[in-house]
Design a protein around this ligand. Sequence first.
Ligand code: ZN
Length: 96
Amino acid sequence: MNFRIKENAPIAWIAARFLGYKTMAIVIGKTIYLHGASVKTFQSDSKWMKHELKHIEQFKRYGFIRFIFFYLSESIRHGYINNRFEIECREAENQD
Ligand SMILES: [Zn+2]
């Protein structure tokens, strides 16, 4: 899968503050933005990697704009934890 990882990303810092997490990854298109973790730390955590790679797959599946729209509407209706896209990514963490 074609993707990029960026450390110390302001957008991930904003998301971390908003959600109350110390470490954060946020995917936009094919880029994984990190806050509070190095690329090395992120890549050594296979569950975390699988989670974020699933988000990249979701972007590809629905298309960039459509996925952002679907993701935000899920978050507004169901919250972050019960967002169906997050549920799918959490399930992917335990798959090979
Ligand atoms: Zn997620």
